[in-house]
Design a protein around this ligand. Structure first.
Ligand code: SAM
Ligand code: SF4
Length: 326
């Protein structure tokens, strides 16, 4: 069992397969020119599997593959197939561009839930956010997943003045589709131009939805990072991930492995532990995992403790989101 000093058992591992991506979402990528990590410094398929196995032996029940864009890795299929054989719930977060070609691999690996990031339902705005003109490809891949009865969750980062006006459109999408919309509060990471006035909060999101719909809260599962809601008569549902205004740290069970094999005990931790280096040197990795998690801070990596309106983002020591793995 992997636990921290606050008694939180950690049984959910998020593995970033790459910091490379075929999109350029401004809220995720650093502002300056960014060189993706060369393949030799990334965990190789056998290394991903070896590290994952250590976590699973210690009670990890769920693994999420993320990135960068996990499905742009040339050997993504090999890694997904290998992890699919472990006794865990395997899920993935993707920008949705490579779903059509990867679907047989995902199904074969037993993936039953796919989170797709989609911040707008307007093609021009999609291009503005991602710098890629593939809105219709992503939309048709979402339909493909639904046709195959795969659970689809849509991650929508809500940013004031950019897409907060579309909250109602996303809710309308759930009327006849069994999708879950996950509205995410915009979070600050190195180089992502976060300012508090671009934040659209849990309460603001709820206020918008409640103006037009009857909203009923749904009980969350114990380690959930989202607050869940339903609207009577809608096939789908929605949730809000309120990391900035109402964080979920007290029940956190998450650990993150970056694509270069560093363990982060929190999305906002300022430190990391190099598991890949230890693995390549044939050192015992488990004590490193245990002590990293034991030293986890109570909340938000000990870094985002101020009210979000007073946050000094320059003082936050972290990676950019694309190099952590969201
Ligand atoms: N490329 C994949 C994708 O876009 O789904 C996986 C990686 S992406 C970093 C994972 C999630 O992090 C996405 O849903 C994205 O919207 C979210 N994300 C990235 N930067 C964020 C930020 N600054 N605040 C909130 N969510 C963010
Ligand atoms: Fe790529 Fe996902 Fe980041 Fe967008 S949010 S740049 S798709 S990793």
């Amino acid at each position: 069992m992997i636990a921290d000093s606050f008694g939180r058992v950690h049984d959910y591992l998020r593995i970033s397969l790459t910091d490379n991506c075929n999109f350029r979402c401004f809220y995720c990528m650093p502002e300056e020119e960014y060189d993706f990590t060369p393949a030799s410094r990334l965990m190789q398929p056998a290394e991903v599997l070896a590290l994952a196995k250590i976590f699973v032996e210690q009670g990890v029940k769920k693994i999420r593959l993320t990135g960068g864009e996990p499905l742009v890795r040339k050997d993504a299929a090999e890694i997904i197939s290998a992890l699919g054989k472990l006794p865990v719930e395997l899920v993935i977060t993707t920008n949705g561009t490579r779903i059509a070609e990867m679907l047989p691999v995902l199904i074969e690996a037993g993936i039953k839930t796919v989170n797709i990031s989609l911040d707008t339902l307007q093609p021009e705005k999609f291009f503005m956010i991602t710098r890629r003109d593939v809105f219709h490809q992503v939309r048709s891949n979402i339909e493909l997943l639904l046709q195959h009865k795969i659970v689809v969750k849509i991650n929508m980062v809500v940013m004031k003045g950019l897409n907060d006006g579309e909250i109602k459109d996303f809710i309308n999408w759930t009327k006849h589709n069994p999708i879950q919309i996950r509205f995410i509060e915009f979070m600050p990471f190195t180089g992502n131009k976060w300012t508090s006035n671009k934040m659209f909060s849990l309460q603001e999101i709820l206020d918008v939805v409640e103006k037009s719909f009857v909203v009923l809260p749904v009980e969350s599962s114990p380690n959930d990072t989202a607050k869940h809601f339903m609207i009577p008569g809608h096939e789908g549902s929605f949730a809000i991930i309120s990391t900035m205004t109402a964080p979920f740290c007290s029940t956190c069970n998450r650990m993150r492995l970056t694509a270069d094999g560093k363990l982060k005990n929190c999305l906002f931790s300022d430190g990391e532990t190099d598991l890949l280096h230890a693995l390549r040197n044939k050192e015992d990795v488990l004590p490193l995992i245990m002590s990293s998690i034991w030293s986890k801070k109570k909340e938000l990596g000990g870094q985002l403790v101020a009210n979000f309106e007073n946050l000094d983002t320059e003082a936050i020591k972290n990676r950019s989101m694309i190099t952590i793995g969201g």
